[in-house]
Design a protein around this ligand. Structure first.
Ligand code: SF4
Length: 322
């Protein structure tokens, strides 16, 4: 790990201003991803701005009937929050499917959204990686690509976004609140938050330099059966090969997003319009344009089957209630 300077920020605006004004600065909160990246010298910040002292650790009701989740709310606390468990169960289930109990105790809501890909070449500084070193190439294309993207990738990068939480937030239509270095606040719908890699895979989100996430707002709950199903190589402490977050209403309509298959949570309006026609129609729309490699072509079939299993689970629950 390299030498870095450190400061504790007193307000979100001060943190954002320091991030913009200090070359090589990074925010740190839980540090569950950043410290690993620093030890491997994949991230080499010259300055760390500790945001843990900011008053951004509350979950509170919004006047619109939704929920505001502070950026520093720990994953464990969010998963266990009574309102989240009752009204946004897909979020609670996705959080509990991620990482380990120790990591969830430290990891924050904002940090979870901003965690970096787990592409093996991104973590190996001897390998070409356009995300880590723009213009150096992509070792995964033609290399070990089994865990990587089948949708949304480019000739420059086929990394997936590793978050489970973000997939649930995508079906909940979450919005991300931020503060800019000048102190201005803005709200970014999660649908617009993650960029596709194109020719600039090093740019992963809509955040501007210095911009700090202060919270996430969930709209009022929509009811329905909430399911998060994660398929991985082992039963815990592993990233998704494919995951499905779904909210399915009694009339058979609903929302559905895929994780583990793209650089962002993958949700397609046409797939949701196809829900009354059944799982095969939903999968066809969600997976349209999939470009798997020879190593990860299995993800297409796995996604089809996971979508079918989730929709069958939701229908069985609705039938029991009826
Ligand atoms: Fe790097 Fe992306 Fe290629 Fe992985 S897929 S090696 S993260 S450029």
């Amino acid at each position: 790990m390299r030498v870095f300077s450190y400061q504790k920020a007193a307000t979100p605006a001060e943190a954002a201003a320091a991030a913009l004004g200090t070359p090589g600065a990074k925010f740190i909160a839980g540090g569950t991803n950043l410290l690993d990246l620093m030890k491997l010298e994949i991230e080499t910040p010259a300055h760390l701005i500790d945001v843990n002292g900011l008053a951004l650790d509350r979950v509170e009701a919004t006047p619109e009937g939704g929920l505001r989740i502070g950026a520093l709310v720990r994953n464990t606390a969010l998963a266990a929050h009574a309102t989240v468990r009752r009204d946004y169960a897909v979020l609670s289930r996705a959080l509990l499917a991620g990482a380990s109990a120790q990591l969830r105790n430290k990891a924050t809501t904002a940090g979870n959204l901003l965690q970096r890909t787990r592409c093996a070449y991104f973590y190996d500084t001897n390998q070409a990686c356009n995300k880590r070193l723009p213009g150096s190439g992509c070792s995964a294309i033609g290399g070990f690509s089994r865990p990587l993207a089948i949708l949304g990738g480019s000739d420059a990068c086929i990394a997936t976004h590793p978050s489970d939480m973000a997939v649930a937030m995508r079906v909940l239509d979450a919005a991300i609140e931020t503060v800019a270095p000048g102190g201005a606040a803005r709200t970014i719908p999660i649908a617009d938050f993650y960029r596709l890699p194109g020719n600039t895979p090093q740019l992963e989100t809509a955040l501007q330099p210095g911009e700090l996430i202060t919270g996430v707002v969930l709209p009022r709950p929509v009811g329905g059966k909430h399911v998060y199903r994660k398929v991985r190589d082992r039963a815990s402490y592993a990233f998704a090969l494919v995951s499905v977050a779904a909210i399915i209403l009694p009339d058979g309509t609903g929302r559905l997003a895929l994780g583990g298959v793209a650089p962002q949570p993958w949700r397609v309006a046409a797939a949701e319009q196809a829900m009354p026609a059944g799982a095969a129609a939903v999968a066809q729309q969600l997976l349209a344009g999939a470009k798997p490699t020879a190593e990860n072509a299995f993800k297409v079939t796995l996604a089809q089957r996971t979508i079918a299993a989730v929709m069958a689970e939701a229908q069985a629950t609705q039938a029991k209630k009826g």
